[in-house]
Design a protein. Sequence first.
Length: 498
Amino acid sequence: MRTQIQNYIRAGYPGIYLVSHEEQRVEAELKAVAAALKYKLYAWSATEGLVDTADGNIRQANDPMEAIVAVADLPESSIVLLRDLHLFLQDANPVLIRALKDELVRCKTKGKCLIVLGCRQVLPPELEREFVVLDFSLPGKDQLGAVLDGICGSAKLKKLAGPDRDQVLDAATGMTSMEAENAYALAVIETKRVDATVVAREKAATVKKNGLLEVVTVRESLNDIGGLDVLKDWLRKRRDAFSERAQQYGLPSPKGLLIVGIPGTGKSLTAKATASVFGRPLLKLDAGKLYGSLVGQSESNLRSVIQVAEAIAPCVLWLDEIEKGLAGSKSSGSTDGGTSSRVFGAFISWMQEKKAPVFVVATANDVTQLPPELLRKGRWDDMMFVDLPNQTEREAIWGIQIAKYGRKPERFDVPALARAADGFTGAEIEQAVIDALYMAFADGREPGMVDLSLALDTSVPLSKLMAEQIGGLRKWAVGRCRMATSTVNEARGRKIAA
């Protein structure tokens, strides 16, 4: 990033917009740039005014308009860092915008550069072509390692090395330098050492703060999924796809997997298990929360998500029920001024072109709401359809669910239960086990076959409630998706209750 900024200034760019939350780190980078180019560096804020970073001399210019006017008096070959100027630009003050445009023209001839620093991009249309916008990347492992060494030195601890150091840095990846420093310090207070578990916990809380991403603790594995043998085998073959051995072999990093199918058939469970297969952290994105009310906020949110995901990579990015977040892109031009369409376009472009090892797993119930651009080859490595479970899969699901709640499957006639549950989803079978437990608990005894059978008899499966929709979804999937279960003929013959 330092070299990129340096090149822009040397090329005579008068305006640069840096998107970052890390003011101190950005200023340190700009000081290095100024020193390399032999420029003077000034920093402005509404509270301090215009400060010469070399000698601390302050010019009283607390108003942004005063600051822009004061730039004209600065010597040639100067860099001016404008903190939080985007907060004044979002009001689209015509006088301030005009003054800024005029000053950019003068800066071009005087070898000066104005750098706006904000946590999100806010540029009125009049200034969009005046600034080059750069997302200031989150710190890499080298920078996080320097912070770690500083904390170890301050706490008089031995510097971490080897696997322990790698674990801590992996846990901190995706945090800002200040967030990592705080997490390291908290780990020392709590455990008397820099513990990776504490750092990972703090990262999860940090990532969750903006409401866009959530670091999900994964406990599920492929053993928790009944059936779906084709899908499981597909994932197992890619278990080491992010390893150094795969890179040496020449394998491209897998892009992602789209899982469509009937609600309650294990799509979300599979998404969680994917992270377990790869042995990578799982980030969950709520696509609906990408959209904000302010101009440019939605696009800024998407950039933030991509930046964090790529910083944490290799990782798995999970989009649950993706159709709810992207369905509005079709009519975006008439409903939200094209915001949804722009966000969707930027997202699928990133999926197509991304180089960072971010494996995207998306689940969808109503695939008819998805834009066709999302479904074409090249966006995903594959698209799987999850149908209602067949007899063999239902037997596996019954065994998993009975054992999950602390009972022994061999005490029950699992094949008979599977036949009785024809047309039930995995989620409905789990609920039947829960209902049976409640019945038995109320009577002060252990659940038996009668309780499970009664729970099934009193439940109306989704295959009956939504028979037409499920039939249409099955028809759509034929020839378009790979079936997640190898027994295709049996899958097609599964019962949909009338």
